[in-house]
Design a protein around this ligand. Sequence first.
Ligand code: FES
Ligand SMILES: [Fe+2]
Length: 342
Amino acid sequence: MEQFFNLDPSLYVHPDVLDAERRRIFWRSWQLLGPASDVTEPGRYVAADVAGLGVIAIRGRDGALRGFRNVCRHRGARLLPQGKGQCGLIVCPYHKWSYSDTGALVQAPWFGKDPAIIPEDWPLEEIHLDTWRGLLFAAVDPVESLLDQLGDTVAELAGEPLESYTAAGTAKVEFDANWKIYTDNFVEGYHIPGTHPSFYAAIDFEAFSTTAHDGLVRMTAPPKDDLFYRGKWLWMWPNWTLSLFDGGMNTSRINPLGVDRTEQRYDFYFADTSPETEAARKKTIESNLAVVREDIDICADTHRNYAAGSYTPGPLSARHELGVHYFQERVRVALDDGSAPV
Ligand code: FES
Ligand SMILES: [Fe+2]
């Protein structure tokens, strides 16, 4: 079998590479915003950051769901704070220009009349939105449909009752590492014995299995007793994840805040959200985040080594790191960069 190597470390630390990734990966792909149930009622919105570009999804009074850049047409201020909420007009906090939920400029107060502003010339800039099985996605400038991007994931999750779950909890984790270092970590189980001793003890690691194909890295391992995970962890191109629990799941999006800073935004979903299950749900969320936290320092230390130039690419395990190779190849193709060693 061919020996594959890790990506060139320069691709993890140069701001120019992140700029290229923004344009060629993040703004051309469908990005998971969270549960579609966040935007079912008129006026409900979600505002999110996509690799530095602010986006809004808002349900109009006419029932239509629309997406916009979260950028005022006047001098570019951010319109809505990140997160979910409810609004009537979208009012810019800077000089109070206001927009309707269709994106039309309604008013530019105190602007003056000579020359006057023509509102039709200054609507919010639209982006694309789509939903799939209860999940809301946005794309600034998509190169393919959401279903095409989802690829193998559609069949993989066909038997899971995703849309019957209720969103009941969010979390955000931030750390000092490039988004690809964290993704490299997520798409392999090789580090479980070293990094997650309790997790390791709770699965049959010898039976850990990874496949990588058509936008999906699928990792499975038979759980032993008392593991909250159901033994299946999925990563989808370019940057979202879905892990199954007993009676629920989480999703997350891995979002670069800078070349050396990344956030991972989690949503937790459960079949049973009754008060009686609250303690168990909290425990599941906390156990999940404890596993994530075990990864963060390793990723930050790895980033420092890459940034210091003290690392040359090492070999990837064909048994355990084919997900890493798959992800890195997708990045390499998206960047069209033939300079890195293969
Ligand atoms: S930047 Fe929004 S009103 Fe001026
Ligand atoms: Fe991990």
